[in-house]
Design a protein. Structure first.
Lengths: 189, 516
């Protein structure tokens, strides 16, 4: 439904516009610029920087990620499954009399229960982080821009996507200029 | 310190990396980082390196040809690794009889080397996880190499339990796999805990290491892509092939980078994930060597059956691991251009301090073992320890004491802990000492047990010695490959601890928005 109402922008050569990218000189300048874009009420935009800039979550108005919730759930599930597995093997499938200890005792099962928990946590952390970030993705319009590739080195860029309801080539450009951007250009999809 | 701000673009900076100014070491501040005044922050990166220079330096180790030393060195270590692998094959074909262990001493160099290697790995996780949680910013220059060292040490360690079982083709029975005999492993055995602890540790370290490298892989990918766009020709993979090295780099690092594009929405989750991995790696690393020590502590053998083992093993592991980090980093910073800007004397000094602390903990544990043996009133326990210090293996015991307890005390002297040369010497001694510690614990406890009829001696065979040398070769070969082909420094993290990364850095200079 939203898709139908959205306006599609095209360049003079007829290519669809992905959005607009604006370069900022320093981490301080881009933090300040991000506050402008945040206050203007944009939703589909992002800050690109060679490292995680301190305080950028607030400058962009980002909510805390729900990743830890997923990690805690799956980590504890892993520990639980690890315990159940060990208990099933030791007490049901193959009970052995070792030093007369009860086969279903929980105490000797703790180390491996812990290891299972850690293992599930670690896998969920890496793959959960990638999944939440919609990665891996091996194509992105921004990565076609030579100037954008310098972000991985020392550049700071804000990109506003054309699918944002507030996006308007002239007004977005004015906003980014006011926010302190040095170079602004359109990005084709 | 020069007064150039890292943000300032000079002609030299635009041209690439400016070589660091070779200036003599200052007697007080060394290379400028040994500042004792707590009010003055020592620089973490020397020569005011800009973001671009840090990228150029670190990517340069991968993109440019290494120095002339690299090929002969890796040929040598590769040959040693090959000899070690041949010895392992010989062992598998012939049987464990090719080693010096026997009915009296059933565990010898195999388990000594296993514990030695697994201990080495611990420093890497300590640097990457515990120092991360403690917000020690200096860790960013050494964490990547230390994590790599962890993985390679775990690979060397994991070899030994696999091959010491005798019938190697039955090694899969260590794992709880459904089988035709309906036999399952004993989950109450510390040996099985150890298997799970070490394999979890190896896996989690690998995931942590890989996650840290994702942004740096993306940097290498972007640089390769820019190189391909800018110049139509460039160095090729081999003289007879047309494939350019840059396109191989763009493909391989592109795949490894998972399409990372430095988005802050991604960074937010990445940073959270990094903290969580550091948080779970911390108890994990402490548990791994504790569980390794359970292999011994839960037995009834005098000299093994002690409650001090878990903390004592963990301290020893960190001790030996830091020595290995230093053994690797000190030559590397001499051999790679500008690496001294990233690994400063302060890094070395900090690690030297950790060595003295953990070495003293280990020394305390040695004393405590003797005290408890005496205090227990148990003649077997007492005899085990007197035999360690005065029995046939007395020289191993005193080598251990000299290397682990005496030699790190040199670092109480400031000149010693701020000199790369002396740190290297002590690290070498500590590595030898920590190997002997495991040898002393394992062999001297086993060779004289309760009954005199079970007494015997262990002597290594050439196969024992060459297998151990082989793992040293595997370890150094892997580390050399790492320095050559992977981002050896966490670029994104290092950039983030430079003064220019502070969002308020520009304010005082009226650069950004005129201050607060």
């Amino acid at each position: 439904m939203k898709k139908a109402s959205r306006k599609v922008y095209k360049t003079e050569s007829g290519e669809r516009v992905y959005g607009m990218m604006a370069e900022f000189p320093t981490p301080g300048a881009i933090s300040h610029g991000a506050e402008h874009v945040r206050d203007a009420g944009y939703r589909h935009w992002d800050v690109y920087s060679p490292f995680a800039i301190h305080g950028m979550d607030e400058a962009m108005g980002l909510k805390p990620t729900r990743l830890p919730l997923l990690i805690a759930t799956l980590g504890l599930t892993g520990a639980g499954l690890g315990y159940l597995f060990q208990w099933y093997v030791s007490a049901v499938l193959y009970p052995m009399n070792v030093q007369g200890k009860p086969p279903g005792a929980w105490e000797p099962l703790t180390p491996i229960t812990f290891e299972f928990g850690v293992l599930f946590t670690a896998f969920t952390t890496l793959f959960g982080m990638l999944a939440f970030n919609r990665l891996p993705v091996f194509y992105h319009p921004l990565l076609k821009k030579e100037r954008f590739l310098r972000v991985s080195d020392d550049r700071f860029i804000i990109a506003v996507e054309a699918r944002d309801e507030k996006f308007d080539p002239a007004r977005t450009r004015a906003l980014l200029e006011k926010a302190g951007a040095t170079r602004i250009e359109l990005v084709e999809d | 310190m020069s007064s150039i701000h890292p943000d300032e673009v000079t002609t030299g900076r635009l041209a690439g990396v400016v070589a660091g100014v070779p200036r003599p070491l200052d007697p007080v501040t060394g290379d400028g980082t040994l500042i004792d005044d707590p009010a003055a922050r020592a620089p973490l990166v020397l020569n005011d390196r800009s973001f671009h220079e840090i990228t150029n330096m670190v990517c340069g180790y991968v993109e440019n040809k290494p120095g002339r030393w690299w090929l002969p060195t890796i040929s040598f270590t590769g040959t040693v690794a090959g000899i070690g692998t041949a010895m392992i094959l010989y062992l598998i074909i012939t049987g464990v009889g090719v080693w010096g262990l026997n009915n009296r001493v059933g565990w010898a160099w195999d388990i000594t080397n296993f514990v030695f290697w697994i201990g080495i790995g611990h420093a890497g996780t300590l640097i990457s996880a515990i120092l991360c949680l403690l917000k020690q910013k200096w860790r960013t220059s050494i964490n990547r190499a230390a994590e790599a060292m962890t993985i390679f040490a775990v690979i060397c360690a994991a070899t030994y339990p696999g091959i010491h079982v005798g019938r190697v083709w039955m090694a899969w029975m260590m794992f709880p796999i459904p089988n035709a005999n309906s036999i399952w492993p004993n989950f109450r055995s510390p040996l099985l805990w150890d298997l799970f602890a070490v394999s979890t540790y190896g896996t989690v370290s690998l995931l942590f290491w890989y996650m840290g490298m994702i942004p740096d892989f993306a940097t290498l990918r972007d640089r390769a892509a820019n190189e391909l766009r800018r110049s139509p020709t460039g160095p090729t993979v081999a003289p007879f092939l047309k494939t350019r090295t840059a396109s191989v780099r763009a493909l391989v690092y592109g795949l490894l980078s998972m399409g990372w594009r430095f988005s802050h929405r991604h960074w937010q989750r990445y940073e959270k994930a990094y903290m969580i991995l550091a948080g779970v790696s911390t108890p994990l690393v402490l548990s791994v060597h504790s569980i390794v020590s359970f292999d011994f502590a839960t037995s009834v053998l005098p000299g093994w059956h002690t409650t001090i083992f878990p903390p004592y093993f963990v301290a020893g592991a960190i001790f030996g691991g830091f020595a290995m980090v230093l053994l690797l980093m000190i030559p590397s910073r001499e051999l790679f251009p500008n690496m001294k800007d990233l690994v400063t004397l302060r890094h070395l000094e900090n690690m030297a301090k950790i060595i003295t602390v953990t070495g003293s903990m280990v020394g305390f544990a040695y004393l405590m073992e003797f005290f408890i043996a005496w205090y227990s009133g148990n003649p077997y326990e007492q005899e085990a320890f007197i035999n360690r210090a005065t029995g046939p293996y007395w020289w191993a015991y005193w080598t251990m004491i000299f290397c682990n307890v005496v030699s790190p005390q040199l670092f109480w002297m400031r000149w010693a802990r701020t000199s790369a040369f002396w740190i290297f010497i002590v690290s070498l001694l500590v590595t030898i000492g920590m190997w002997f510690e495991r040898f002393v614990i394992i062999v001297t406890s086993l060779h004289r047990t309760f009954l005199t009829s079970a007494w015997g001696m262990f002597f290594p065979t050439p196969v024992d010695i060459l297998t151990f040398c082989g793992t040293l070769g595997i370890f150094t070969t892997l580390f050399l490959l790492f320095l050559r082909f992977l981002p050896a420094f966490a670029m994104a993290e290092i950039k983030n601890v430079t003064p220019a990364a502070n969002p308020h850095a520009g304010d005082s200079r009226g650069h950004a928005h005129g201050g607060h």
